[in-house]
Unconditional design. Structure first.
Length: 98
């Protein structure tokens, strides 16, 4: 009986780890941070011709900064409010044997 209880606790721990690993906020936040860095670098290296096309607004720089902020927001949200592990199913009472 004790072995079964330990197996159940181990499976619950794995399930909680898998839930945190595949949290959508981590995926979205990570992608926004990566793309934000790329777009910000493109904005920092923009030429005068690129700026002239955008009416002297460095759109890549501002968009990249916005993407970085959004990505950091998602990652901070994930860190501050982690996902709850799935609740264990209530055990049904054993039927009395005759």
């Amino acid at each position: 009986m004790n072995q079964h209880v330990e197996e159940v606790k181990e499976l619950e721990a794995r399930s909680a780890t898998a839930a945190r690993l595949f949290d959508v906020r981590r995926i979205i936040g990570g992608l926004f941070v990566v793309y934000g860095v790329i777009v910000t670098i493109a904005g920092l290296t923009a030429s005068d011709a690129d700026l002239k096309k955008a009416q002297d607004i460095n759109i890549n720089l501002w968009t990249g900064i916005g993407m970085l902020l959004l990505g950091v927001f998602f990652l901070a949200w994930m860190k501050l409010r982690p996902t709850e592990p799935p609740a264990a199913a209530p055990e049904e009472p054993a039927e009395p044997s005759e």
